[in-house]
Design a protein around this ligand. Structure first.
Ligand SMILES: [Zn+2]
Length: 137
């Protein structure tokens, strides 16, 4: 299930070389070509899925244990002070490559990004919050 014109299909399946740090039958994990922090890497499924909505159940089930394992190792090896796991779906959410991928972002004191993940806060009334809860449950 590869898509011909997809750069991440080529990277995940070895058609284009990567700085790979992990590989199994479902995923390749390689360093981001434009890292946000030291060690910033991507977990990329070998099969093509546009985003979370179409991600295979097998990959969905396997990806968080893998993220935990790699984040733990990266934190240890790189002496990180914290860690972000980030995954974008759709242009409005910041997705720029339309092949599902999960960002592993080790964080360091004074890494220059403090506050850059600040999403601010919506001011919502109790009625508005209840309305959203009722839609979601
Ligand atoms: Zn792809």
């Amino acid at each position: 299930m590869k898509k011909d014109d997809c750069i991440f299909c080529k990277l995940a399946n070895g058609d284009i070389p990567t700085r790979a740090i992990y590989e199994d039958e479902l995923f390749k994990v390689f360093m981001d070509a434009s890292p946000v922090t030291r060690g910033h890497s991507l977990i990329v499924p070998k099969n093509h899925y546009d985003n979370l909505y179409s991600l295979g159940d097998e990959e969905a089930k396997a990806i968080m244990p893998l993220a935990k394992k790699l984040a733990t190792k990266m934190t240890d090896v790189l002496h990180a002070d914290g860690f972000n796991i980030l995954q974008n779906n759709g242009t409005v959410a910041g997705q720029s490559v339309f092949h599902y991928h999960l960002h592993l972002v080790p964080r360091f004191k004074n890494d220059g990004h403090e506050g850059k993940l600040d999403w601010g806060h919506l001011e919502l009334t109790d009625d508005q919050l209840d309305e959203i809860m009722n839609l979601l449950k």
